[in-house]
Design a protein around this ligand. Structure first.
Ligand SMILES: [Zn+2]
Ligand SMILES: [Zn+2]
Length: 326
């Protein structure tokens, strides 16, 4: 997930935590773990009691490594959730909420074994929530027990999603403490209007082209990194610039390791505006560095990557990328 949505998710998570912490039942029975996935998957917070958790900044990174996320999820459940023995009661079956706004960018087929190990025997209930139009709901259905769709990725939609998540966890915490009920699932009848259940028969997307692509660039004025986000125009077959997202300085090192699939410059309809200086043009150096350029471009300028001087020919104001580097 990228862009303003990520901040709304952080706010939602903080609200989620603070509400659960005020609920004595939840304090007693709820443990939380958070796994993030972008260009790879990472366990941000190991399974912890509510009082031990601080939500860190989730950061802005492209990619939807859902295959890696499911593999990591399986490992974490295996390592952290205790199974019952004849002599001791184990933990309750985990509720897993997968929140994504994209289609997988990694090779999902490698995760099939991991996913099967979640369901056979069933060790977790997996609810997937697809946000926005880039999600392949047919594919989510194959790897989740229940799939929900959140149409609008706006602050209000995300806030309502977390209100529902909070209520679902609170309800589950009541059920585990009553003697009869078992927390096999969540009462979906209480879904807010913004969240819609996706039928199991939803078809898999046949168009495999990524709905979004990201290109890394550096501001030539402020020397800071950013990501340009492009959106597929399916009928036209090219990608239109949507927005640029600043990368935090402390992500600079990490941003070097983004694995973005290569994209031909022919498919990109110009640069997105630089988020730091507002430059509308873009250029690419022979070293591979992509950077913002004022328009019209100057006669020559210094590459912010390798610092060589790059002359611009009169028609080089256009944006050309051989391919986005990894
Ligand atoms: Zn700039
Ligand atoms: Zn260069």
């Amino acid at each position: 997930m990228i862009g303003d949505g990520i901040r709304d998710v952080e706010n939602g998570l903080n609200e989620f935590l603070s509400t659960l912490r005020k609920d004595p039942r939840c304090l007693e029975s709820v443990w939380i773990s958070i796994i993030t996935f972008n260009s790879n998957a990472k366990q941000l917070i190991p399974l912890s009691e509510l009082t031990d958790i601080n939500i860190p900044s989730l950061g802005v990174q492209p990619g939807t490594a859902m295959g890696a996320a499911y593999q990591l999820l399986t490992q974490c459940i295996h390592n952290e959730v205790s199974r019952g023995t004849p002599h001791q009661k184990g933990d309750w079956r985990p509720l897993v909420f997968v929140i994504t706004d994209g289609q997988p960018t990694d090779d999902f087929s490698k995760s099939t074994a991991a996913i099967n190990s979640l369901t056979n025997p069933r060790v977790a209930n997996v609810y997937a929530i697809g946000c926005g139009e880039d999600v392949d709901f047919g594919q989510l259905n194959e790897i989740s027990d229940i799939v929900l769709k959140l149409d609008s990725l706006d602050p209000d939609g995300i806030r309502k999603l977390f209100v529902w998540l909070t209520a679902s966890v609170q309800t589950a915490s009541i059920e585990v403490q009553s003697t009869e009920a078992s927390p096999d699932g969540i009462n979906l009848s209480k879904l807010p209007a913004e969240l819609v259940k996706v039928e199991k028969s939803a078809p898999r997307r046949t168009d495999q082209r990524p709905r979004q692509v990201f290109v890394k660039a550096t501001c030539s004025v402020k020397q800071k990194p950013y990501l340009m986000r492009y959106k597929l125009v399916p009928e036209a077959g090219y990608y239109q610039p949507v927005k640029s997202h600043p990368l935090k300085d402390d992500q600079q090192g990490e941003s070097q390791s983004f694995q973005l699939p290569p994209i031909s410059s022919d498919l990109l309809a110009g640069p997105a505006q630089c988020p730091y200086c507002g430059n509308n043009g873009g250029g690419v150096c022979t070293c591979g560095q992509i950077f913002c350029v004022e328009s019209p471009p100057p006669a020559s300028m210094e590459c912010p990557g390798c610092h060589q001087n790059i002359p611009f020919s009169p028609d080089s104001g256009s944006f050309t990328i051989q391919q986005s580097e990894g």
